[in-house]
Design a protein around this ligand. Structure first.
Ligand SMILES: Cc1cc2nc3c(=O)[nH]c(=O)nc-3n(C[C@H](O)[C@H](O)[C@H](O)COP(=O)(O)OP(=O)(O)OC[C@H]3O[C@@H](n4cnc5c(N)ncnc54)[C@H](O)[C@@H]3O)c2cc1C
Length: 671
C-alpha cells in the first residue's frame, strides 16, 4: 500500500480505460492552472492496468479490430476542443502506430487501396491497448512536478466514508489489500461492468450444460468463451452486431481457416475443419450496414438545414405540453427533414437519378406536408430507380413480414443483401447515406444537448421514443463491422460455416435436454443447438451489477440510477440504467443530494454523450469535453485557488499550451 504525506491531496481514479486515462491526463494538464502548495497523489486502479484496460487488453488476437478508423481516434486534446482547459496535442492512433512501426489492419482488399499506415485503416483492439499504455506513460512522464501517479493492478471492492473525516475523506478498498487508500476525491470510470443475468439467461445457463452445451452471456468475445465450443458443434449466435463479427474471427482465422481473394474480386473461405456450425439470428435478422468509410467521398455535394423542425421548434416541444396530434406532426417533420437531406445529396451528386432538377424537386417537396401523399407521389414519379427511394421505416427491418420456405433461399437473399449494402457504402454514388447519417446525427445531438441541459422536460416518453428511433437509424447505417469483415461474412455463408436464420430468432425446448431454434423468417425450420452465444450488447446496469463496488455504493444509496430508455411493455429485459450525475460528473445519491467528493464519468452516466465511443481527433469530442470539465470541477472542489492565466506552466506533447479559461467557482474545500 502506498503511503503519502498527511498534507497531500489524494485522488483515486477507478478504471484505466479511455475515460479513466483521459481524466488523469486532464487533471495533469489543468493542475498548473491552480495554486497548490501541497503535493497531489493520484491513484489509478484497474485489474487490467498493465494490459490496456479490459476492452483493449493487449493479449487479444490481432484479428479483433476496432470499428473506429485509426486516423480518427486520439486521446489528446487538440484545438478543436471548446474546453476550458489547455490544449495538449499528440498523435492519433494511426500516427502513433506509424511512428512506432506498428501494423494497422492487415487485409488484401485494403492493401490494394491504401498505404500501410493510412488513417483510413482500422487498428486491432490490442494495438489500441498499446497506444493507451504509451499514453499513460506519456502522461506520467510529463506530469507536473507536484503530482505523482501511483498505479495499482487491482480491483476496487468498496469506497466508503472514512471515520476520520466523513464527508471529506473516503477509504478506497482494493481487493487483496488489508488497508484502504484514503482519498479526498474519487472518480469512477468503470465502463460497463457485467450486469447480473436475466431470468431467461440464467435458465439457459442452467439448461444447456445438461445437454453437453454452454451458454455465453453478453460481453466482449474472448478466446476462453470461444474455446468452450468445439469443432462441428451447432451453435446459435444471438445478435449480429460487432461481437458476432468478433466471434467469427475467433472461430475461423484463429482456428486456422483462410480467406482467399479470387481474381474475380470474390472472397472465399477455406475451412480448417475446426470451426463450429454457426447459426445466427437477431431481432431484425440482418447485420448493421458497414461503418461509413469516407475514402470514396470525403465531402458531400449538398448541405441542407432542417426545414420542418428547427432547433427553436425542438426546444418548444421539449418545454411545453403537446397533444398527440402535435407530437405526431413533429415526428413527421423530422422524418421529412431527413428525407430532404438524403434527396439533396442523391440528386445534387448525380442529377440523372431524378427526372427534375434539385431546385424544382426541393421546392415541390418542401411545399407539401411531411409524409403526405403528395410527397410520396413526388418521390415515386421523379426518382427514377426504386432502390434510390428512401423508406426509413422498412430500411432497418428488411425482413419484417418476410418468410422463406427453405434455408438455402434465405442464405442467397442474405448474401445479396449484405453485398448490396457493402457495395453501396463503398461507392461514391451513395453519398446520400452519408448525408442521411449527418442529418440524423444533427437531430440526435440536439436532443442529447437538451436532455443534458437539466431543464424541465415535457413529453418525456415521446422524446425518448424519437431519440431511440434516431439512435437506431444511426446504428443501422453506421454501426456495423468494417466492410472487409462483411465480405468475409459472405464467404463464410458460402462455405457453410455460417447459416443465417433471419429475424425473430427464438429458442424452444421440446424436451428436458434438447434445445432448438426457429425464426419468424424461416417458420418451417427448426435446428438442434448445443451452445448458445449471446452476442448482444450487455445493457448498462446500476441496480443489477455484478461489480462489488457498485453493489456496495448502490446498496447504501451513495449512487443512484436513472432509466436510460423507456422499457417497452413487451420486453422481458431489465431496462438500461445510468449512474445519476450532475453535468460535472458529481454523483447524485438516492436521496437526491449531490456528492462533492465523488464523481462518475463515461457513457454509463446520466450525462448524455452525443458521440459515444472513443474521442475523435479534430471533432470537438464531447468525450474530452466531459473529462476536462470533470477534472476542473474536481480541482476546484479541492478549494485550491486558480492562478491567473499568466501564471500558467505546463508540460505538453507538442510544446504548445493554449489556455481558455471557462471560469466557475469552487465549492467545499478540504480542511
Ligand atoms: C468489444 C468492444 C469493442 C469496442 N470497440 C469500439 C471501437 O472500435 N470504437 C469505439 O469508439 N468504441 C468502441 N467500444 C466502446 C468502448 O467501450 C468505449 O469506447 C470505451 O472503451 C469506453 O471507455 P471507458 O473508460 O468508459 O470503459 P472501459 O474501456 O470499459 O474501461 C473501464 C475500465 O474500468 C475497469 N474497472 C471496472 N470496474 C472496476 C473496479 N471495480 N475496480 C477497478 N477497475 C475497474 C475495467 O477493468 C476497465 O478496464 C467497444 C466496446 C466493446 C465492448
Amino acid at each position: 500500500m502506498v503511503s503519502c504525506d498527511k498534507g497531500d491531496f489524494v485522488i483515486a481514479i477507478v478504471g484505466a480505460g479511455p475515460y479513466g486515462l483521459s481524466a488523469l491526463e486532464r487533471i495533469c494538464a489543468n493542475l498548473p492552472d491552480y495554486s497548490v502548495d501541497r503535493k497531489v497523489q493520484v491513484h489509478l486502479i484497474d485489474p487490467y492496468l498493465g494490459c490496456g484496460g479490459k476492452i483493449w487488453r493487449e493479449d487479444q488476437p490481432d484479428q479483433l479490430w476496432m470499428n473506429s478508423l485509426a486516423g480518427s481516434v486520439s486521446l489528446f486534446v487538440d484545438e478543436s476542443l471548446e474546453c476550458a482547459g489547455p490544449v495538449r496535442k499528440g498523435p492519433t492512433l494511426s500516427q502513433w502506430a506509424a511512428s512506432n512501426s506498428r501494423s494497422l489492419s492487415v487485409d488484401k482488399g485494403l492493401d490494394s487501396l491504401l498505404g500501410a499506415s493510412s488513417g483510413y485503416r482500422w487498428a486491432s483492439r490490442s494495438l489500441m491497448g498499446d497506444y493507451m499504455r504509451w499514453f499513460l506513460g506519456f502522461v506520467i512522464e510529463n506530469a507536473p512536478d507536484n503530482l505523482h501517479v501511483n498505479t495499482h493492478e487491482r480491483k476496487v471492492i468498496d469506497v466508503c466514508p472514512s471515520s476520520e473525516k466523513p464527508g471529506t475523506l473516503d477509504e478506497v478498498w482494493l481487493e487483496g489489500e488489508s488497508l484502504p487508500i484514503k482519498c479526498h476525491r474519487v472518480i469512477l470510470a468503470q465502463g460497463n461492468p457485467s450486469p447480473l443475468l436475466t431470468d431467461e439467461q440464467s435458465h439457459l445457463a442452467d439448461l444447456l450444460p445438461a445437454g453437453g452445451g454452454t451458454y455465453t452471456p453478453p460481453g466482449p468475445a474472448t478466446l476462453s468463451a470461444a474455446a468452450a465450443v468445439g469443432p462441428g458443434e451447432p451453435t446459435l449466435v444471438q445478435g449480429m452486431g460487432l461481437t458476432f463479427f468478433d466471434y467469427l474471427q475467433l472461430f475461423t482465422k484463429e482456428r486456422g481457416g483462410v480467406f482467399r481473394h479470387g481474381a474475380d474480386g470474390k472472397m472465399s473461405y477455406e475451412p480448417s475443419g475446426r470451426e463450429p456450425y454457426l447459426f445466427v439470428g437477431s431481432g431484425r435478422g440482418v447485420p448493421y450496414r458497414p461503418v461509413l468509410w469516407p475514402l470514396g467521398k470525403s465531402r458531400l455535394s449538398k448541405c441542407t438545414v432542417p426545414h420542418y423542425v428547427s432547433s427553436k421548434r425542438i426546444r418548444e416541444f421539449y418545454q411545453h405540453p403537446k397533444d398527440p396530434a402535435e407530437l405526431e406532426g413533429f415526428r413527421k417533420g423530422i422524418h421529412g427533414d431527413l428525407e430532404h437531406a438524403y434527396y439533396a445529396e442523391l440528386i445534387s451528386s448525380d442529377p440523372g437519378r431524378c427526372s427534375i432538377s434539385w431546385g424544382r424537386f426541393s421546392q415541390l417537396f418542401l411545399s407539401a406536408a411531411p409524409g403526405s401523399p403528395l410527397q410520396e407521389e413526388l418521390v415515386r414519379e421523379t426518382i427514377t430507380k426504386e432502390e434510390d427511394r428512401l423508406d426509413l421505416e422498412s430500411m432497418g427491418a428488411p425482413l419484417k413480414g418476410v418468410s422463406f420456405q427453405c434455408i438455402p433461399e434465405l442464405q442467397k437473399w442474405m448474401r445479396r443483401y449484405i453485398a448490396h449494402g457493402t457495395n453501396q457504402m463503398l461507392s461514391e454514388n451513395f453519398s446520400c447515406y452519408q448525408a442521411l447519417v449527418t442529418s440524423v446525427h444533427r437531430f440526435y445531438a440536439e436532443f442529447a444537448r437538451l436532455s443534458n441541459s437539466e431543464q424541465e422536460m415535457e413529453n418525456l416518453d415521446f422524446f425518448r421514443g424519437v431519440q431511440g428511433w434516431l439512435r437506431s437509424i444511426l446504428q443501422f447505417l453506421n454501426g456495423g463491422a468494417p466492410w472487409p469483415r462483411q465480405k468475409e461474412l459472405i464467404a463464410l455463408s458460402r462455405s457453410g460455416v455460417v447459416t443465417f436464420l433471419g429475424a425473430g430468432t427464438r429458442l424452444v425446448q421440446p424436451s428436458l435436454r434438447a434445445i432448438e431454434c426457429t425464426s419468424a423468417t424461416l417458420p418451417q425450420a427448426s435446428i438442434d443447438i448445443t451452445h448458445v452465444i449471446d452476442a448482444r450488447i450487455a445493457q448498462h446496469s446500476v441496480s443489477r451489477s455484478t461489480d462489488a463496488l457498485r453493489i456496495g455504493l448502490y446498496g447504501r444509496g451513495e449512487i443512484s440510477s436513472v432509466a436510460r430508455r423507456s422499457k417497452s411493455k413487451k420486453s422481458k429485459n431489465p431496462g438500461v440504467e445510468a449512474i445519476r450525475v450532475t453535468k460535472f460528473g458529481e454523483l447524485i445519491r438516492s436521496d437526491g443530494s449531490v456528492s462533492r467528493t465523488r464523481f462518475a464519468i463515461g457513457v454509463g452516466t446520466s450525462y448524455r454523450i452525443v458521440t459515444p465511443g472513443l474521442p475523435m481527433a479534430h471533432a470537438n469530442s464531447d468525450f474530452l469535453l466531459m473529462t476536462d470539465r470533470i477534472a476542473r470541477r474536481l480541482l476546484d472542489s479541492l478549494g485550491i485557488g486558480r492562478r491567473s492565466p499568466s501564471g500558467l506552466k505546463g508540460s505538453v506533447a507538442s510544446g504548445e499550451v493554449t489556455e481558455r479559461d471557462g471560469g466557475g467557482g469552487f465549492e467545499e474545500g478540504i480542511s
